[in-house]
Design a protein around this ligand. Structure first.
Ligand code: ADP
Ligand code: MG
Length: 245
């Protein structure tokens, strides 16, 4: 189980993380969702998707100390090394299987309803690595989680370069009630992420640096954002402490 150690570094880090995404149009700080979302994060390689995700993980851990996070990183580039050997960093297949198992258990009446969040970084590469039969199986499992999960506090965060509808069976992509588009994506990716809402976005919101982008929240609409400036080493230590055995 996670324990949050109260050493000085973490106290200082907590102060930093009181910052949230900066709304670039009025320089206000946004109230960002905690765990009660299915989250889709898209953008080109190097646009800051994983960093934005790590920030949101830390933020959610602080807001929901009893949330249970599982991470799968198909690129295995080390971004989630903070959870190594903690039982929280697992392969993508197990991450999806376990979340489905948790969903079935809760549907069958298990009273555990703490937030259960499964973070799938580079999900499409996982899907493409499967043979066509397995691919269908896992796309269908993910669709089930997206369609039914939220009612049982089971949440999916997908990080991807391209958020093509073909990756999400039966229109299940529509269940992502929070979407973040980092950097300067192609018009096609913008359309996939934001659909018709893209017509509300002014042209100067579309060319973003690393760590900047757009957020869409159901019921709120689109904002132009920057991930706060953080000490990423401290964020990493904070996460390491949060997920140590
Ligand atoms: N918010 C940010 N502030 C400063 N630098 C950032 C930020 N986000 C990303 N970077 C820089 O860009 C690199 C790539 O970011 P990353 O989140 O790994 O991108 P992606 O997951 O989209 O490929 C990071 O290693 C870091 O150097
Ligand atoms: Mg990444």
């Amino acid at each position: 189980m996670r324990s949050i150690t109260n050493n000085l570094g973490i106290v200082i880090f907590k102060m930093q993380i009181d910052d949230t995404f900066l709304d670039l149009s009025n320089l206000n700080r946004l109230v960002i969702p905690s765990t009660n979302i299915h989250l889709l994060i898209a953008g080109r390689t190097g646009s800051g998707k994983t960093r934005a995700t790590l920030f949101l993980i830390a933020k959610s851990v602080l807001q929901n100390p009893n949330a249970d996070f599982y991470f799968a990183d198909f690129k295995s580039g080390g971004d989630y090394r903070f959870a190594l050997n903690s039982g929280h960093l697992i392969d993508m297949q197990s991450a999806i299987d376990n979340a489905c198992y948790a969903l079935s258990a809760r549907q069958a009446g298990l009273p555990d309803h703490y937030p259960y969040v499964v973070v799938l970084d580079e999900y499409p590469s996982f899907i493409l690595s499967l043979d066509s039969k397995e691919r269908k199986v896992y796309q269908s499992k993910l669709a089930t989680l997206l369609n039914l999960g939220r009612a049982f506090e089971i949440h999916v965060w997908v990080v991807t370069q391209r958020p093509g509808a073909e990756l999400f069976a039966n229109g299940s992509r529509d269940n992502f009630n929070c979407r973040i588009l980092m950097g300067t994506p192609s018009p096609e990716t913008r359309r996939m992420m934001l659909g018709d809402d893209i017509s509300d976005v002014s042209a100067d919101w579309l060319n973003n640096n690393v760590g900047q982008g757009l957020i869409y929240r159901d019921g709120v609409g689109i904002n132009h954002i920057a991930v706060p400036q953080l000490n990423w080493q401290k964020l990493n230590s904070f996460l390491k402490n949060s997920f140590k055995k």
